[in-house]
Design a protein around this ligand. Structure first.
Ligand SMILES: Cc1cc2nc3c(=O)[nH]c(=O)nc-3n(C[C@H](O)[C@H](O)[C@H](O)COP(=O)(O)O)c2cc1C
Length: 351
């Protein structure tokens, strides 16, 4: 793979001068203190190693914006001073290695259980339970509480506050987790959003909550420090696809344009799979969007390099291979084989 050039090329996107076009995809690791949501020295070392390897943009694991936003034990937060101080050690270490790091800000919505979400029922657009069980906890998802308009406004503020806290913690910006069937995506989807107020209705109308979060976060930290992730796929419906993918993508992009966001991260597990007109998710997005696109979903160095060369994406996010290979880029550059990712083996410790 010595012909790689784009993956290791520097690029500026928004306010970020990235050393390479390779990003670390956001990955929940659940190694924070479960009571306080504070990260520890192992977390510092884990992210430092990826920065040392030359990863251009590190997107952290999902970091929750309130106690009620939490969906798994051991997930870190960004809403107390102690949590901010813990993350400061991580951002300092990444910056000392010349890296760039943004916090993925997260609210899981109904994908939780009251014993995890601070003793209260999970929050969601409608009182409809997600299918399945809470991962790493084993109990079925609770029936959530339908959020009032006041609660929606409060949660929008919590996203903005978490983004400000991220800046205080030394992050270079944030990624809003709008994907995978969590709170924002629960508003976006007709399966989980049956509201009859301005937050419900057709897709355009259901994107209202996402737009409000985006505007509030952009107001808080600037559009040049804000990335948003979105997807069709959901944790409780991994193969879900929009009925008319291109129309849905167009509606999302119209919404993005209204908010002034410039950087988007469409998420799929199958980067090379055509979904409409023979085009992949990222190719369809590119045909409607001139701004920055972060690509993800089973990318290897070859597929990433091709997509970067074609201009389909601007940055390639790598997930599981970066858990198994802290020295991912060094191996790619030297044409050395990668360690195969095995969940059972690799998720039990932070390396
Ligand atoms: C262990 C694990 C945890 C993940 N946690 C998150 C998360 O917190 N936020 C998120 O947006 N995606 C999460 N993902 C999805 C990844 O960011 C990525 O989109 C997915 O793994 C596909 O990329 P890959 O094929 O390169 O691994 C997670 C994936 C894995 C394997």
């Amino acid at each position: 793979m010595s012909q790689i050039s784009k993956l290791v090329e520097p690029v500026t996107i928004g306010a970020w001068n990235l050393r390479t076009r390779t990003a670390m995809a956001p990955m929940t690791r659940a190694f924070a203190d479960d009571k306080t949501g504070v990260v520890n020295d192992q977390t510092v070392e884990y992210y430092r190693k990826r920065a040392q390897d030359g990863i251009g943009l590190i997107i952290t694991e999902g970091v929750v914006i309130s106690p009620r936003a939490k969906g798994n034990p051991g997930v870190p937060g960004l809403y107390t001073q102690e949590q901010i101080d813990g993350w400061k050690k991580v951002t300092d270490a990444v910056h000392a290695e010349g890296g760039t790091i943004i916090a993925q800000i997260w609210h899981v919505g109904r994908a939780s259980h009251h014993e995890i979400a601070g003793g209260l029922p999970p929050q969601a657009p409608s009182a409809i339970a997600a299918e399945g069980k809470v991962s790493r906890f084993g109990k079925p998802f609770d029936v959530p509480e339908e959020m009032s308009e006041e609660e929606i406004a409060e949660v929008v503020n919590q996203y903005a506050q978490a983004a400000k806290n991220a800046m205080e913690a030394g992050f270079d910006g944030v990624e809003i987790h709008g994907a995978h069937g969590y709170l924002i995506d629960q508003f976006n989807s007709d399966v989980s959003n049956k509201r009859t107020d301005r937050y419900g209705g057709d897709l355009k109308q259901r994107l209202t909550f996402m737009k409000e979060v985006l505007k509030a976060v952009i107001d808080a930290v600037g559009t040049d420090r804000t990335l948003i992730r979105f997807s069709a796929l959901k944790i409780d419906q991994p193969t879900y696809m929009w009925e008319d993918p291109e129309a849905a993508i167009q509606t999302f992009i119209d919404a993005f344009k209204e908010t002034g966001v410039q950087m988007i991260h469409p998420s799929t597990m199958e980067f090379t799979k055509p979904i409409a007109r023979g085009l992949t998710l990222h190719e369809l997005v590119r045909s409607h969007w001139d701004g920055v696109i972060v690509g993800v979903g089973g990318l290897d160095a070859n597929t990433a390099e091709v997509a970067l060369k074609k201009g389909t994406i601007d940055v390639a996010a790598i997930g599981r291979p970066l858990i198994a290979n802290p020295d991912y880029l060094a191996r790619i550059k030297q044409d050395q084989p990668l360690v195969e990712y095995e969940a059972q083996k690799h998720l039990i410790q932070l390396v």
